[in-house]
Design a protein around this ligand. Structure first.
Ligand code: ADP
Ligand code: MG
Length: 435
């Protein structure tokens, strides 16, 4: 390898800041002081919870979104608008249903002005490379989810980008399909058959990052910053069961569940009452997790990675559960461990009615949005309120997608706790007991 060349960065992000303007006067600071450097020959992972700003950073890097501050340099020059040499793969691809696989892939070349013969040749080789040979004439509706995602990958690869950006490219696929696609991609990369120099991949799946990346940047949220950088020293192909692999997963769990520094560097962010995004986590799962934790062998405390393995959950499924319990003060999550609080132990031992009452109390005390809904309903003469106003208010603080998830969560939690009822058809909250 030419080390001189390898040291020359493809991409350099310095002190990047991104704030979204919302309807109200407030700005939502999503990224702050983010530095990032990508050199040829590496796979870099951006790992963080939902809402930490990963997609935002990726869109900035792709030139699809301009930063509010700081600088992005691509091949040594300031990046303005979508750059040549950068291609992006999304979580799920919008393929054109009326175009065949071949036509969908060739679309990636549209802007490049290549002669038809070369276009056809490149398309053919991208299709073969990514394992779609024989499906050239198929339409998207004839393909499985995994095959459709391969079409998306081929469409990005056909331009031979220096930098391939991937935003949670496997998260919409089932477990087996995702793993096959991951290993196929890594095999191609190791054999140097991918027509790319570097890859930057966003994920919230710890194991996926350790499996694929050379370097992992762990993102912290509010605002998104790079909290830690880790080098992954293992050669490909990697084995998830190897001790050092497991150790690294454990270490990252610890980093991701580390409490914010109590003093000094911790930047106080204004915490608007509604500004907290809630992940759609079912009360059934929360109750089940507390019951499991209360029993042996855990007796109230568990190591998160071990617990995830025992429950056959992935990190990105277990962490939101732990986070929700922590929010409700039913558990504490710290340094890779989860521990039931006294309230959590009492909950696990309680009957259904007591559980509901405890959950209601926790919602009122720790989830400002739920408390506000309840209060508005109590104050209204007819004890009814449209959900729309809460949705609007949420959208001042987060993207419509997260606002939707948050409202959905607060509806299901509040229903379980019998704090309020919600009528889907009328999109309305009420104090009435559900029929
Ligand atoms: P991630 O990809 O890590 O889940 P995102 O970059 O999608 O995070 O979002 C980070 C934060 O920015 C979230 O709080 C989200 O609600 C908010 N956000 C994203 N896009 C917009 C937008 N267009 N307008 C306002 N807020 C947004
Ligand atoms: Mg995202």
């Amino acid at each position: 390898m030419d080390t001189m060349l390898a040291a020359e960065p493809l991409l350099e992000v310095q002190a990047c800041r991104k704030a979204y303007r919302t309807d109200t006067a407030t700005e939502l600071l999503v990224l702050d002081r983010v530095d990032l450097r990508i050199t040829p020959g590496e796979i870099v992972g951006l790992l963080g919870r939902s809402g930490s700003g990963k997609s935002t950073l990726l869109r900035v890097v792709a030139g699809l979104l301009s930063p509010s501050g700081g600088e992005v340099r691509w091949r040594g020059a300031p990046l303005v608008g979508p750059a040549e040499g950068i291609a992006m793969v999304f979580q799920s691809f919008a393929l054109f249903p009326w175009l065949t696989v071949r036509e969908n892939v060739e679309l990636g070349l549209e802007a490049q002005g290549l002669p038809p013969a070369e276009r056809a040749e490149r398309t053919e080789s991208a299709i073969d490379l990514i394992g779609l040979g024989g499906y050239e004439g198929a339409y998207p509706k004839e393909l499985s989810g995994g095959m459709r995602q391969r079409v998306g990958l081929a469409r990005a690869l056909v331009v031979h980008p220096d930098l391939l950006l991937m935003d949670e490219p496997f998260s919409a696929l089932d477990v087996l399909t995702a793993e096959t696609l991951r290993t196929d991609l890594i095999d191609l990369w190791s054999e140097k058959r991918l027509p790319v120099k570097s890859m930057l991949m966003v994920t919230h799946n710890i194991e996926e990052a350790v499996l694929m990346c050379d370097r992992i940047l762990v993102f912290s949220a509010n605002p998104g910053r790079i909290a830690t950088e880790l080098k992954v020293p293992f050669p490909h192909p990697r084995n998830r069961l190897d001790k050092p692999f497991r150790q690294m997963v454990d270490d990252i769990y610890a980093v991701m569940t580390r409490r914010a520094q109590p003093t000094g560097r911790h930047v106080a962010t204004p915490a608007p009452a509604f500004g907290m995004a809630l992940h759609p986590v079912s009360t059934n799962l929360l109750a089940g997790l507390m019951e499991t934790l209360a029993q042996p062998p855990y007796d109230g405390r568990a190591d998160l990675p071990a617990l995830a393995t025992a429950l056959q959950l992935e990190a990105d499924e277990l962490l939101p559960l732990g986070e929700a319990l922590a929010l409700l003060r039913l558990a504490e999550v710290e340094e890779g461990d989860i521990r039931l609080t006294d309230a959590g132990r009492r909950f696990a031992a309680a009957d259904t009615d007591t559980r509901k009452a405890m959950f209601a109390a926790a919602l009122k005390a720790h989830v400002p949005l739920a408390a506000a809904i309840r209060q508005v309903l109590e104050e209204r003469w007819n004890h009814r309120a449209s959900a729309e106003r809460f949705r609007d208010e949420l959208e001042d603080h987060m993207s419509p997608e997260y606002a939707h998830d948050t409202l959905h969560t607060v509806i299901s939690w509040g229903r379980y706790a019998e704090l309020y009822a919600y009528d889907e058809e009328a999109d309305q909250f009420s104090l009435e007991e559900p029929a």
